[in-house]
Design a protein around this ligand. Structure first.
Ligand code: 13P
Ligand code: ZN
Length: 286
């Protein structure tokens, strides 16, 4: 196809937006997706860039390791359900300046607009994930996953508690996120505080629960990031159903710590021992 939508990375990005919508994670403008492009992908897209890029926009945050990078981003206030129909009006490609503190739009958002309001949060977390994964992580994805949100009303807001509950909700969860999931308390969306608090979690984890809001994940490619979001949300769904089906809110039996250790060994994954050794004060949450 002789346009930017024939470029593989754009196809995959748009496909992922639709996949999230199909899961019911993107009511209205809820959720956002950013991707740090490879040099060759930028080169493939460059012929379709605007003749005149937009002006530089300061982000209020800075990262040395993202100077000169290009990102694909959903637009702020844009509905992910409209991305596949009119990508050029709902997503954009932005270039980061040589100081690593401003962006400009080089493609997309043809009817106006700006990257997601969570762009500073995505940007700072791209910086962390690029550093801690030696450049492997390229995708940051935020979705309004209903069952993860529901669990934030009933579980203590602690990484160890959430991870134990999720690992024990479906047998292969501990293989998909052996490091566990972080938890960020309720914060105003789109602000510097949620960016900083999420960065603390993403130093260690590749997923962070946002209390009463949703989930924030990172991955090397679209499939891995989407799969992580999907696996965590499905585990949260099972946990929510099991907790609400139980007459006393307690779980009669669960996957044990020894079971989890066995899976870790068989699948050759290094499990977060702090999570395995954690015990909640009342012993209630697995
Ligand atoms: P945006 O429309 O700005 O991406 O915001 C949606 C959202 O989910 C904020 O957390
Ligand atoms: Zn959100």
């Amino acid at each position: 196809m002789n346009n930017i939508f024939g470029v593989r990375v754009m196809e995959e990005y748009i496909h992922m937006c639709s996949d999230g919508v199909r899961q019911g994670w993107h009511e209205r403008n809820g959720g956002n997706l950013t991707y740090r492009m490879r040099g060759e992908e930028v080169a493939e897209c460059r012929p379709y860039f605007r003749k005149e890029p937009g002006g530089w926009v300061p982000m209020g945050v800075q990262a040395d390791n993202l100077k000169g990078e290009y990102f694909i981003s959903t637009g702020s206030g844009k509905f992910l359900q409209n991305v596949s129909m009119e990508p050029q009006n709902n997503i954009c490609i932005v270039e980061i300046n040589e100081n690593g503190d401003s962006y400009r739009i080089v493609w997309g958002l043809e009817n106006g607009g700006r990257p997601t309001s969570e762009f500073p949060t995505h940007f700072m977390n791209h910086s962390v994930r690029k550093r801690v994964t030696d450049g492997a992580n390229r995708v940051i994805y935020h979705a309004h996953t209903p069952y993860v949100i529901a669990l934030t009303f009933v579980l203590p807001l602690k990484a160890e508690v959430f991870t134990r509950m999720l690992w024990k909700s479906a047998t292969e969860c501990c293989v998909v996120f052996p490091g566990g999931v972080g938890v960020v308390p309720w914060m105003v969306p789109g602000g510097a505080e949620i960016a900083k608090a999420t960065c603390v979690q993403m130093e260690q984890y590749d997923a962070a629960v946002w209390a009463f809001h949703g989930l924030f994940v990172s991955g090397p490619d679209f499939d891995t990031a989407f799969g992580l979001m999907h696996t965590i949300e499905k585990a949260a769904q099972i946990a929510s159903i099991a907790l609400s089906a139980s007459p006393d809110g307690k779980l009669r039996q669960v996957i044990t710590d020894d079971n989890i250790r066995q899976i870790g060994k068989e699948f050759g994954v290094t499990l977060n021992e702090d999570v395995l050794n954690y015990r909640s004060e009342d012993g209630m949450y697995c």
